[in-house]
Design a protein around this ligand. Structure first.
Ligand SMILES: C[C@H](O)[C@H](O)[C@H]1CNC2=NC(N)=NC(=O)C2=N1
Length: 96
C-alpha cells in the first residue's frame, strides 16, 4: 500500500541519507573507488533478491545513486523503507 506524504516524511527522520521527491526515496553514496562501490552494490543486490524488491540505480565510478519506489503501487511503500534500511546497514554500518 502506497504511504502518504506525511508518513513518509516522518519515517525519513530515521534515514538522514534519504530524500523524498518524485514519488520515490532517493540517496547518493560516494565510495573510495569503483571497487568499494561495486562491492556494496553486489551486497545490496543480495538483499534485493531476499526482499524481492529492486532499486532504480546508477553507478558512475565511485558514486552510487539509488531511487526506491514500488512500481506496482505507484509510490513509496513499506517495502521501500525496508530496502532503504537494509542498504543503510550495508553502506553505513557504523551508524547502527
Ligand atoms: C513479480 C515481482 O514480485 C515484482 O515484479 C516485484 C519485483 N521487484 C519490484 N521492485 C520494485 N521496486 N517495485 C516493484 O513493484 C517490484 N515488483
Amino acid at each position: 500500500m502506497k504511504l502518504d506524504d506525511s508518513t513518509i516524511e516522518k519515517r525519513l527522520l530515521h534515514l538522514p541519507d534519504w530524500d523524498y521527491f518524485d514519488n520515490a526515496l532517493h540517496a547518493e553514496f560516494e565510495f573510495e573507488n569503483f571497487k568499494d562501490c561495486f562491492s556494496a552494490m553486489s551486497r545490496i543486490a543480495f538483499e534485493c533478491e531476499a526482499l524481492n524488491h529492486h532499486p532504480d540505480w546508477t553507478n558512475v565510478y565511485n558514486v552510487l545513486k539509488i531511487s526506491l519506489s514500488t512500481h506496482d503501487a505507484g509510490g513509496v511503500t513499506d517495502k521501500d523503507f525496508k530496502l532503504a534500511q537494509a542498504i543503510e546497514r550495508i553502506v553505513e554500518p557504523e551508524d547502527e
